[in-house]
Design a protein around this ligand. Structure first.
Ligand code: SAH
Ligand code: F3S
Length: 435
Protein backbone atom coordinates (compact mmCIF):
# COMPACT_ATOMS: atom_id res chain seq x y z
CA UNK A 1 0.00 0.00 0.00
CA UNK A 2 1.39 3.44 -0.94
CA UNK A 3 0.98 5.90 1.92
CA UNK A 4 0.59 9.65 2.05
CA UNK A 5 -1.26 10.25 -1.21
CA UNK A 6 -4.18 12.61 -1.26
CA UNK A 7 -7.32 12.92 -3.35
CA UNK A 8 -9.78 15.75 -3.91
CA UNK A 9 -13.35 14.93 -4.90
CA UNK A 10 -16.18 17.10 -6.17
CA UNK A 11 -19.67 15.60 -6.21
CA UNK A 12 -22.48 17.03 -8.34
CA UNK A 13 -26.08 15.88 -8.72
CA UNK A 14 -28.31 13.59 -6.71
CA UNK A 15 -28.06 11.57 -3.50
CA UNK A 16 -27.05 8.50 -5.50
CA UNK A 17 -23.98 10.37 -6.65
CA UNK A 18 -23.22 11.29 -3.06
CA UNK A 19 -23.34 7.61 -2.16
CA UNK A 20 -21.24 6.65 -5.21
CA UNK A 21 -18.63 9.16 -4.05
CA UNK A 22 -18.67 7.58 -0.58
CA UNK A 23 -18.02 4.21 -2.21
CA UNK A 24 -15.08 5.60 -4.16
CA UNK A 25 -13.70 7.29 -1.05
CA UNK A 26 -13.96 3.97 0.79
CA UNK A 27 -12.05 2.16 -1.93
CA UNK A 28 -9.32 4.80 -2.17
CA UNK A 29 -8.75 5.07 1.56
CA UNK A 30 -8.97 1.40 2.51
CA UNK A 31 -7.25 -0.18 -0.50
CA UNK A 32 -4.94 2.49 -1.89
CA UNK A 33 -3.87 4.35 1.22
CA UNK A 34 -5.23 7.69 0.05
CA UNK A 35 -6.42 10.49 2.30
CA UNK A 36 -9.08 13.03 1.37
CA UNK A 37 -8.14 16.71 1.03
CA UNK A 38 -10.20 19.86 0.50
CA UNK A 39 -7.20 21.53 -1.11
CA UNK A 40 -7.06 20.89 -4.85
CA UNK A 41 -3.44 21.98 -5.11
CA UNK A 42 -2.10 19.30 -2.79
CA UNK A 43 -4.10 16.47 -4.36
CA UNK A 44 -2.38 13.59 -6.19
CA UNK A 45 -5.74 12.57 -7.59
CA UNK A 46 -8.66 14.82 -8.58
CA UNK A 47 -12.09 13.26 -9.09
CA UNK A 48 -15.24 14.88 -10.37
CA UNK A 49 -18.44 12.90 -9.98
CA UNK A 50 -20.74 14.36 -12.62
CA UNK A 51 -24.49 14.68 -13.31
CA UNK A 52 -25.98 14.70 -16.80
CA UNK A 53 -29.66 15.24 -16.08
CA UNK A 54 -29.62 18.79 -17.48
CA UNK A 55 -27.48 20.35 -20.17
CA UNK A 56 -25.92 23.25 -18.28
CA UNK A 57 -23.71 21.33 -15.85
CA UNK A 58 -22.52 19.13 -18.72
CA UNK A 59 -21.45 22.22 -20.66
CA UNK A 60 -19.63 23.49 -17.62
CA UNK A 61 -17.75 20.21 -17.14
CA UNK A 62 -15.03 20.92 -19.69
CA UNK A 63 -14.25 24.39 -18.39
CA UNK A 64 -14.20 23.00 -14.89
CA UNK A 65 -11.77 20.16 -15.62
CA UNK A 66 -9.71 22.65 -17.64
CA UNK A 67 -9.36 24.63 -14.45
CA UNK A 68 -8.40 21.48 -12.50
CA UNK A 69 -5.75 20.84 -15.13
CA UNK A 70 -4.27 24.32 -14.68
CA UNK A 71 -4.28 24.20 -10.90
CA UNK A 72 -3.25 20.63 -10.30
CA UNK A 73 -0.03 19.63 -8.62
CA UNK A 74 2.50 18.29 -11.08
CA UNK A 75 1.79 14.65 -11.87
CA UNK A 76 -1.67 14.68 -10.26
CA UNK A 77 -4.23 12.47 -12.01
CA UNK A 78 -7.69 13.63 -13.07
CA UNK A 79 -10.64 11.23 -13.24
CA UNK A 80 -14.11 12.02 -14.59
CA UNK A 81 -16.77 9.83 -12.97
CA UNK A 82 -20.58 9.57 -12.84
CA UNK A 83 -23.38 10.01 -15.35
CA UNK A 84 -21.60 12.29 -17.82
CA UNK A 85 -18.72 9.82 -17.82
CA UNK A 86 -21.20 7.05 -18.75
CA UNK A 87 -22.77 9.19 -21.40
CA UNK A 88 -19.71 10.70 -23.12
CA UNK A 89 -17.18 7.92 -22.45
CA UNK A 90 -13.96 8.27 -24.43
CA UNK A 91 -15.12 11.52 -25.98
CA UNK A 92 -14.09 13.09 -22.67
CA UNK A 93 -10.46 12.07 -23.21
CA UNK A 94 -10.64 13.20 -26.85
CA UNK A 95 -11.85 16.64 -25.83
CA UNK A 96 -9.65 16.86 -22.74
CA UNK A 97 -6.55 14.71 -23.34
CA UNK A 98 -5.16 15.52 -19.90
CA UNK A 99 -7.92 13.42 -18.27
CA UNK A 100 -6.43 10.18 -16.95
CA UNK A 101 -9.53 8.02 -16.72
CA UNK A 102 -13.28 7.97 -17.24
CA UNK A 103 -15.42 5.94 -14.83
CA UNK A 104 -19.17 5.54 -15.45
CA UNK A 105 -21.90 5.71 -12.81
CA UNK A 106 -22.32 1.95 -12.88
CA UNK A 107 -18.65 1.11 -12.58
CA UNK A 108 -17.80 2.77 -9.30
CA UNK A 109 -16.27 -0.38 -7.81
CA UNK A 110 -13.61 -0.34 -10.56
CA UNK A 111 -12.05 2.86 -9.19
CA UNK A 112 -8.93 1.05 -7.97
CA UNK A 113 -8.50 -0.59 -11.39
CA UNK A 114 -8.81 2.53 -13.52
CA UNK A 115 -6.45 4.35 -11.22
CA UNK A 116 -3.63 2.12 -12.44
CA UNK A 117 -4.66 1.85 -16.11
CA UNK A 118 -3.56 4.79 -18.24
CA UNK A 119 -6.47 6.40 -20.15
CA UNK A 120 -8.95 3.79 -18.89
CA UNK A 121 -12.56 4.21 -19.96
CA UNK A 122 -14.95 2.01 -17.94
CA UNK A 123 -18.54 2.90 -18.79
CA UNK A 124 -20.38 -0.42 -19.16
CA UNK A 125 -24.01 0.25 -18.17
CA UNK A 126 -24.78 -3.45 -17.84
CA UNK A 127 -22.12 -3.99 -15.21
CA UNK A 128 -23.52 -5.76 -12.14
CA UNK A 129 -22.89 -3.55 -9.15
CA UNK A 130 -25.68 -4.96 -7.04
CA UNK A 131 -23.38 -6.82 -4.66
CA UNK A 132 -21.92 -3.96 -2.68
CA UNK A 133 -18.30 -4.71 -3.48
CA UNK A 134 -17.16 -1.61 -1.60
CA UNK A 135 -15.29 -0.70 1.55
CA UNK A 136 -16.78 1.38 4.37
CA UNK A 137 -17.06 5.15 4.35
CA UNK A 138 -19.84 7.50 5.40
CA UNK A 139 -19.78 11.29 5.29
CA UNK A 140 -22.13 11.64 8.24
CA UNK A 141 -21.94 9.47 11.35
CA UNK A 142 -25.64 10.19 12.03
CA UNK A 143 -27.30 9.39 8.73
CA UNK A 144 -26.54 6.49 6.39
CA UNK A 145 -27.35 6.35 2.71
CA UNK A 146 -28.03 2.79 1.61
CA UNK A 147 -28.53 1.88 -2.05
CA UNK A 148 -31.44 -0.47 -2.67
CA UNK A 149 -31.32 -0.59 -6.46
CA UNK A 150 -29.23 0.61 -9.34
CA UNK A 151 -30.37 1.89 -12.74
CA UNK A 152 -33.93 2.68 -13.84
CA UNK A 153 -36.37 0.69 -15.97
CA UNK A 154 -38.66 3.61 -16.74
CA UNK A 155 -38.29 5.37 -20.03
CA UNK A 156 -39.49 8.87 -19.14
CA UNK A 157 -39.01 10.58 -22.48
CA UNK A 158 -37.06 13.55 -21.08
CA UNK A 159 -34.65 11.58 -18.90
CA UNK A 160 -31.10 10.47 -19.66
CA UNK A 161 -30.66 8.44 -16.46
CA UNK A 162 -31.64 5.03 -17.92
CA UNK A 163 -28.89 5.59 -20.50
CA UNK A 164 -26.24 6.43 -17.92
CA UNK A 165 -27.16 4.06 -15.09
CA UNK A 166 -28.62 1.22 -17.16
CA UNK A 167 -31.41 -1.25 -16.39
CA UNK A 168 -32.86 -1.48 -12.94
CA UNK A 169 -31.48 -4.19 -10.67
CA UNK A 170 -32.54 -4.54 -7.05
CA UNK A 171 -29.91 -5.19 -4.43
CA UNK A 172 -30.55 -8.36 -2.37
CA UNK A 173 -32.61 -7.50 0.72
CA UNK A 174 -30.27 -9.34 3.06
CA UNK A 175 -27.38 -7.12 1.97
CA UNK A 176 -29.47 -3.97 2.49
CA UNK A 177 -30.55 -5.08 5.96
CA UNK A 178 -26.99 -6.03 6.87
CA UNK A 179 -25.68 -2.66 5.70
CA UNK A 180 -28.43 -0.75 7.53
CA UNK A 181 -27.84 -2.71 10.73
CA UNK A 182 -24.09 -2.11 10.62
CA UNK A 183 -24.61 1.64 10.09
CA UNK A 184 -27.26 1.95 12.79
CA UNK A 185 -25.17 0.01 15.30
CA UNK A 186 -22.30 2.39 14.73
CA UNK A 187 -24.53 5.39 15.47
CA UNK A 188 -26.41 6.28 12.28
CA UNK A 189 -29.95 6.11 13.64
CA UNK A 190 -31.36 7.37 10.35
CA UNK A 191 -31.27 5.11 7.29
CA UNK A 192 -31.86 6.75 3.94
CA UNK A 193 -32.77 4.21 1.24
CA UNK A 194 -31.76 5.22 -2.27
CA UNK A 195 -32.81 4.33 -5.79
CA UNK A 196 -34.11 6.02 -8.93
CA UNK A 197 -37.48 4.36 -8.45
CA UNK A 198 -37.49 2.85 -4.97
CA UNK A 199 -41.06 1.61 -4.88
CA UNK A 200 -40.39 -0.57 -7.90
CA UNK A 201 -38.05 -2.55 -5.64
CA UNK A 202 -37.96 -6.30 -6.16
CA UNK A 203 -38.87 -6.49 -9.84
CA UNK A 204 -35.50 -7.85 -10.87
CA UNK A 205 -32.54 -9.21 -8.94
CA UNK A 206 -29.31 -10.26 -10.59
CA UNK A 207 -29.56 -13.75 -9.05
CA UNK A 208 -32.13 -15.97 -7.30
CA UNK A 209 -33.96 -14.05 -4.60
CA UNK A 210 -37.08 -14.63 -2.50
CA UNK A 211 -40.02 -12.40 -3.47
CA UNK A 212 -39.85 -9.00 -1.79
CA UNK A 213 -41.39 -5.64 -2.69
CA UNK A 214 -40.62 -2.17 -1.36
CA UNK A 215 -43.20 -2.38 1.40
CA UNK A 216 -41.59 -5.61 2.59
CA UNK A 217 -38.17 -4.00 2.48
CA UNK A 218 -39.37 -1.00 4.51
CA UNK A 219 -40.66 -3.41 7.14
CA UNK A 220 -37.43 -5.38 7.21
CA UNK A 221 -35.27 -2.26 7.63
CA UNK A 222 -37.48 -0.75 10.29
CA UNK A 223 -37.42 -3.99 12.29
CA UNK A 224 -33.72 -3.38 13.01
CA UNK A 225 -33.72 -2.35 16.64
CA UNK A 226 -31.07 0.37 16.45
CA UNK A 227 -32.75 2.11 13.50
CA UNK A 228 -34.87 5.06 14.64
CA UNK A 229 -35.76 6.64 11.33
CA UNK A 230 -36.19 5.42 7.78
CA UNK A 231 -36.29 7.76 4.80
CA UNK A 232 -36.18 6.99 1.09
CA UNK A 233 -35.94 8.66 -2.30
CA UNK A 234 -37.23 8.63 -4.98
CA UNK A 235 -40.55 6.85 -5.12
CA UNK A 236 -42.60 6.99 -8.33
CA UNK A 237 -46.22 8.19 -8.05
CA UNK A 238 -47.36 5.35 -10.34
CA UNK A 239 -46.27 2.71 -7.82
CA UNK A 240 -47.86 4.38 -4.79
CA UNK A 241 -50.42 1.65 -4.20
CA UNK A 242 -52.63 1.42 -1.11
CA UNK A 243 -50.40 -1.17 0.55
CA UNK A 244 -47.41 1.16 0.27
CA UNK A 245 -49.33 4.21 1.57
CA UNK A 246 -50.63 2.16 4.49
CA UNK A 247 -47.14 1.04 5.48
CA UNK A 248 -45.90 4.60 5.14
CA UNK A 249 -48.71 5.90 7.35
CA UNK A 250 -48.61 3.22 10.03
CA UNK A 251 -44.95 2.39 10.44
CA UNK A 252 -43.72 4.73 13.19
CA UNK A 253 -40.09 4.54 12.06
CA UNK A 254 -40.82 5.79 8.55
CA UNK A 255 -40.33 9.56 8.45
CA UNK A 256 -43.42 11.39 7.34
CA UNK A 257 -42.07 13.18 4.32
CA UNK A 258 -42.81 11.91 0.85
CA UNK A 259 -41.21 12.90 -2.43
CA UNK A 260 -43.84 12.67 -5.19
CA UNK A 261 -42.21 13.74 -8.45
CA UNK A 262 -45.11 15.25 -10.38
CA UNK A 263 -43.16 16.52 -13.46
CA UNK A 264 -46.37 17.95 -14.99
CA UNK A 265 -49.99 18.45 -13.94
CA UNK A 266 -51.32 17.94 -17.45
CA UNK A 267 -52.43 14.41 -18.26
CA UNK A 268 -51.59 15.01 -21.90
CA UNK A 269 -48.04 16.09 -21.11
CA UNK A 270 -47.65 13.23 -18.61
CA UNK A 271 -48.55 10.91 -21.45
CA UNK A 272 -45.96 12.48 -23.74
CA UNK A 273 -43.45 12.11 -20.89
CA UNK A 274 -44.48 8.40 -20.52
CA UNK A 275 -44.94 8.84 -16.79
CA UNK A 276 -47.72 6.26 -16.65
CA UNK A 277 -50.16 8.20 -14.42
CA UNK A 278 -52.75 10.94 -14.92
CA UNK A 279 -53.35 14.23 -13.12
CA UNK A 280 -56.30 12.55 -11.34
CA UNK A 281 -54.22 9.61 -10.13
CA UNK A 282 -51.56 11.93 -8.75
CA UNK A 283 -54.17 14.08 -6.95
CA UNK A 284 -55.92 11.00 -5.61
CA UNK A 285 -52.66 9.70 -4.11
CA UNK A 286 -51.70 13.07 -2.63
CA UNK A 287 -55.16 13.62 -1.09
CA UNK A 288 -55.17 10.10 0.33
CA UNK A 289 -51.69 10.61 1.75
CA UNK A 290 -52.70 13.86 3.47
CA UNK A 291 -55.79 12.15 4.89
CA UNK A 292 -53.82 9.20 6.21
CA UNK A 293 -50.91 11.26 7.55
CA UNK A 294 -52.10 14.75 8.51
CA UNK A 295 -48.56 15.95 9.36
CA UNK A 296 -46.96 14.68 6.17
CA UNK A 297 -44.83 16.99 4.08
CA UNK A 298 -44.84 16.40 0.35
CA UNK A 299 -42.03 17.45 -1.94
CA UNK A 300 -41.97 17.24 -5.70
CA UNK A 301 -40.04 17.73 -8.94
CA UNK A 302 -41.63 19.78 -11.71
CA UNK A 303 -40.49 20.34 -15.28
CA UNK A 304 -41.93 23.34 -17.12
CA UNK A 305 -41.89 23.89 -20.88
CA UNK A 306 -41.73 20.24 -21.90
CA UNK A 307 -42.17 20.10 -25.71
CA UNK A 308 -45.80 20.80 -26.64
CA UNK A 309 -46.70 22.30 -23.24
CA UNK A 310 -49.48 24.84 -23.90
CA UNK A 311 -50.56 27.61 -21.53
CA UNK A 312 -53.48 25.36 -20.54
CA UNK A 313 -51.12 22.48 -19.77
CA UNK A 314 -49.00 24.75 -17.63
CA UNK A 315 -52.14 25.92 -15.80
CA UNK A 316 -52.85 22.27 -14.96
CA UNK A 317 -49.46 22.10 -13.24
CA UNK A 318 -50.25 25.29 -11.34
CA UNK A 319 -53.60 23.76 -10.38
CA UNK A 320 -51.98 20.64 -8.91
CA UNK A 321 -49.62 22.88 -6.99
CA UNK A 322 -52.58 24.85 -5.54
CA UNK A 323 -54.36 21.68 -4.51
CA UNK A 324 -51.49 19.70 -3.04
CA UNK A 325 -49.68 22.65 -1.43
CA UNK A 326 -46.25 21.00 -1.66
CA UNK A 327 -43.91 21.81 1.21
CA UNK A 328 -40.96 21.75 -1.19
CA UNK A 329 -40.60 21.96 -4.97
CA UNK A 330 -37.55 21.30 -7.13
CA UNK A 331 -38.49 22.98 -10.39
CA UNK A 332 -36.66 22.89 -13.69
CA UNK A 333 -36.97 24.25 -17.18
CA UNK A 334 -37.05 21.38 -19.64
CA UNK A 335 -33.58 20.67 -21.00
CA UNK A 336 -33.29 18.56 -24.18
CA UNK A 337 -31.00 15.60 -23.56
CA UNK A 338 -29.17 13.36 -26.01
CA UNK A 339 -30.46 9.78 -26.35
CA UNK A 340 -33.97 10.79 -25.18
CA UNK A 341 -37.07 10.81 -27.41
CA UNK A 342 -38.34 14.21 -26.22
CA UNK A 343 -35.40 16.07 -27.75
CA UNK A 344 -36.86 15.25 -31.19
CA UNK A 345 -40.47 16.14 -30.36
CA UNK A 346 -42.13 18.90 -32.31
CA UNK A 347 -43.14 22.13 -30.62
CA UNK A 348 -40.08 22.68 -28.47
CA UNK A 349 -40.84 25.64 -26.21
CA UNK A 350 -38.70 28.76 -26.38
CA UNK A 351 -36.29 29.50 -23.59
CA UNK A 352 -38.08 32.76 -22.93
CA UNK A 353 -41.48 31.11 -22.40
CA UNK A 354 -39.81 28.43 -20.26
CA UNK A 355 -38.18 31.05 -18.04
CA UNK A 356 -41.47 32.92 -17.65
CA UNK A 357 -43.33 29.78 -16.61
CA UNK A 358 -40.59 28.77 -14.19
CA UNK A 359 -40.67 32.22 -12.62
CA UNK A 360 -44.45 32.18 -12.26
CA UNK A 361 -44.39 28.74 -10.68
CA UNK A 362 -41.62 29.62 -8.25
CA UNK A 363 -43.17 32.95 -7.26
CA UNK A 364 -46.51 31.36 -6.54
CA UNK A 365 -44.86 28.59 -4.57
CA UNK A 366 -42.87 31.08 -2.52
CA UNK A 367 -46.11 32.88 -1.70
CA UNK A 368 -47.59 29.55 -0.56
CA UNK A 369 -44.54 28.90 1.60
CA UNK A 370 -45.00 32.32 3.18
CA UNK A 371 -48.58 31.36 4.04
CA UNK A 372 -47.39 28.06 5.53
CA UNK A 373 -44.80 29.82 7.69
CA UNK A 374 -47.27 31.30 10.14
CA UNK A 375 -48.95 27.91 10.62
CA UNK A 376 -45.62 26.47 11.74
CA UNK A 377 -44.69 28.78 14.59
CA UNK A 378 -45.44 27.20 17.98
CA UNK A 379 -45.49 23.64 16.62
CA UNK A 380 -43.61 21.01 18.56
CA UNK A 381 -41.69 18.37 16.65
CA UNK A 382 -39.08 15.67 17.14
CA UNK A 383 -35.76 16.82 15.71
CA UNK A 384 -32.82 14.49 15.07
CA UNK A 385 -29.69 16.63 15.36
CA UNK A 386 -26.95 16.08 12.83
CA UNK A 387 -24.83 19.16 12.34
CA UNK A 388 -23.17 21.97 14.33
CA UNK A 389 -23.74 25.44 12.93
CA UNK A 390 -21.80 28.66 13.52
CA UNK A 391 -22.88 30.89 16.40
CA UNK A 392 -23.54 28.14 18.93
CA UNK A 393 -26.37 26.59 16.89
CA UNK A 394 -27.10 23.00 16.03
CA UNK A 395 -29.32 21.80 13.19
CA UNK A 396 -31.38 18.76 12.40
CA UNK A 397 -34.55 17.61 10.72
CA UNK A 398 -38.01 17.02 12.02
CA UNK A 399 -39.70 13.75 11.24
CA UNK A 400 -41.43 15.50 8.33
CA UNK A 401 -38.14 16.83 7.02
CA UNK A 402 -38.20 20.47 8.18
CA UNK A 403 -34.70 21.84 8.70
CA UNK A 404 -34.62 23.31 12.22
CA UNK A 405 -31.79 24.87 14.18
CA UNK A 406 -31.68 25.63 17.90
CA UNK A 407 -29.06 27.08 20.25
CA UNK A 408 -27.10 24.06 21.42
CA UNK A 409 -23.87 22.10 21.22
CA UNK A 410 -22.28 18.66 20.59
CA UNK A 411 -24.23 16.86 23.28
CA UNK A 412 -27.32 17.03 21.06
CA UNK A 413 -25.60 15.43 18.04
CA UNK A 414 -27.16 12.10 17.13
CA UNK A 415 -30.06 12.64 19.54
CA UNK A 416 -33.77 13.13 18.85
CA UNK A 417 -35.25 15.88 20.98
CA UNK A 418 -38.57 17.76 21.18
CA UNK A 419 -38.33 21.26 19.75
CA UNK A 420 -40.80 24.15 19.59
CA UNK A 421 -40.59 26.25 16.40
CA UNK A 422 -40.08 29.90 17.34
CA UNK A 423 -39.39 31.46 13.94
CA UNK A 424 -40.33 29.96 10.60
CA UNK A 425 -38.66 30.61 7.26
CA UNK A 426 -39.38 29.26 3.79
CA UNK A 427 -36.85 26.48 3.87
CA UNK A 428 -35.50 26.43 7.42
CA UNK A 429 -36.72 27.30 10.89
CA UNK A 430 -35.46 28.24 14.31
CA UNK A 431 -36.62 26.65 17.49
CA UNK A 432 -35.95 25.92 21.13
CA UNK A 433 -35.57 22.65 22.93
CA UNK A 434 -38.65 21.84 24.99
CA UNK A 435 -37.54 20.81 28.47
N1 SAH B 1 -35.75 8.93 -10.63
C1 SAH B 1 -35.65 10.25 -10.17
C2 SAH B 1 -35.39 11.23 -11.26
C3 SAH B 1 -33.98 11.55 -11.46
S1 SAH B 1 -33.75 13.01 -12.35
C4 SAH B 1 -36.97 10.63 -9.57
O1 SAH B 1 -38.00 10.07 -9.97
O2 SAH B 1 -36.97 11.53 -8.75
C5 SAH B 1 -34.25 14.21 -11.15
C6 SAH B 1 -35.19 15.21 -11.67
O3 SAH B 1 -34.59 15.99 -12.69
C7 SAH B 1 -36.42 14.64 -12.34
O4 SAH B 1 -37.42 14.29 -11.42
C8 SAH B 1 -36.87 15.75 -13.23
O5 SAH B 1 -37.75 16.64 -12.59
C9 SAH B 1 -35.57 16.47 -13.56
N2 SAH B 1 -35.17 16.21 -14.95
C10 SAH B 1 -34.82 15.03 -15.50
N3 SAH B 1 -34.56 15.17 -16.81
C11 SAH B 1 -34.76 16.47 -17.11
C12 SAH B 1 -34.68 17.24 -18.31
N4 SAH B 1 -34.36 16.68 -19.47
N5 SAH B 1 -34.96 18.57 -18.22
C13 SAH B 1 -35.30 19.14 -17.05
N6 SAH B 1 -35.40 18.47 -15.90
C14 SAH B 1 -35.14 17.14 -15.91
FE1 F3S C 1 -35.57 9.26 -15.05
FE2 F3S C 1 -38.09 8.59 -15.04
FE3 F3S C 1 -36.26 6.88 -14.17
S1 F3S C 1 -37.26 10.53 -14.38
S2 F3S C 1 -34.59 8.14 -13.44
S3 F3S C 1 -36.49 7.61 -16.26
S4 F3S C 1 -38.30 7.27 -13.28
Amino acid sequence: MRMGKKFYIETLGCAMNVRDSEHMIAELTTKEGYEQTENLKEADLILINTCSVREKPVNKLFSEIGLFNKRRKEGAKIGVCGCTASHLGEEIIKRAPFVDFVLGARNVSKITEVLHTPKAVEVDIDYDESRYAFGEFRTSPYKAYVNISIGCDKQCTFCIVPHTRGDEVSIPAELIVQEARKAAQSGAREIFLLGQNVNNYGRRFSGEHPKMNFTGLLRAVSEIEEVERVRFTSPHPLHMDDEFLKEFAENPKICKSMHMPLQSGSTQILKAMKRGYTKEWFLDRAVKLREMVPDVSISTDIIVAFPGESEEDFEETMDVMERVRFEQIFSFKYSPRPLTPAQDYEHQISDEVGSMRLKRLQERHNAMLDEMKSERVGKICDVYFEELRPGGMIAGRSDNNMLISVPGSEELLGKTVKVRITEAGRTSHRGEVVA
